[in-house]
Design a protein around this ligand. Sequence first.
Ligand SMILES: [Fe+2]
Length: 286
Amino acid sequence: MGRKTEITNLLANLPRLGAGLSYRRPFRDELLQRQSEVDFIEIIGDFYLDAPPEKLDELALLMEHFTVIPHFTTLSLGSAEGLEERHLEKIYLLLKRIAAPWWSEHIGYTRAGGINLGHPSPLPFTKEAVETMARNIITARRAIATPLILENVCSPLIWPGAEMTEPAFIAQVLHHSGCGLLLDVTNIHANSTNHGASPAEFIEQLPLERVVQVHFSGAHESKGRLVDSRTQSVPESIWQLLDLAVSRAPVRCICLERDDNLPPLPEMLWEVERARALGRLYKRWN
Ligand SMILES: [Fe+2]
C-alpha cells in the first residue's frame, strides 16, 4: 500500500462526530442541560496539561456528558529549536485520559528564541519551514500514536521571501508530515480577503481528502482588515465557505469557535444545528 493510500485509509477510519462547539467555562452549566444539542465539544488541551485537581474534575464531568476533542495551541510545531519532550509526554497522558480519536495543533509557531508568543503565528511559506514542521511532527509521532491533524492559521502578514502560496504551503506540510487537516474556513476567509485572493479558490487548492475537522466562527473588520475574532455571530460569507468545504471534503466534524462576547447559548446552538444540517445534506453523517 502506498503512503498516500495508507494516510487516506487512516483518516477514513476516524469517527463521524457531527457538529459541536469549543467549550468555554461560562456556559458550562447550561450546556450540560442541553447536551443532546451538541455532538461533541472541543477543549483547549493546554489548559489541562498542568491542571489542578478542580480542572481535572471539570474534565471528568465533561467526559461523562460529551465526546471530547482536544485542540492544542502551545506545542509550537513550527519552531526551529524543536519540541520539548516533557511537553509531548504531558500531551500523551492527556490524550490517554480522554481516549481522544485525534488531536490538533497549528501550522505555525508559538515559541521563538525561548519566548512564548501566546498564540500561533504564521510561518514563512518556504521549503525550510515545511521541513521544520515535518521534522517536529516526526518527533511528536514517536511520542504520540493518536492521529494528529493540523490547522491553518490566520496570517495578518505574509513573510517576505515566500517560495509558494499559502495553500501550496499547507499542502506541502500535510504531504511531508502525513497529517490530516483541520480546516479553519474563517481563517481562510480572513487571509484571502486581506491578501486580495478568492477564499473559494484557496479551498479548492487544498488536498481536501485530508480534511478531518472544520472550524468556523464569526469575523469582524478592524482597521480595514478582516480578523478572525471569534466574537461575532457567523456571517453569510462564512456559511457559504463552510458549505463549499463540507460539500467537497470528507468532514468528520464541524466545530463552532467563539471566545469572547459570548451570546446566549441558544444562539450558538442554532449555529451548531445549521452546521449539522449541512453535514447531513452532504451525507457526512446521518
Ligand atoms: Fe480555528
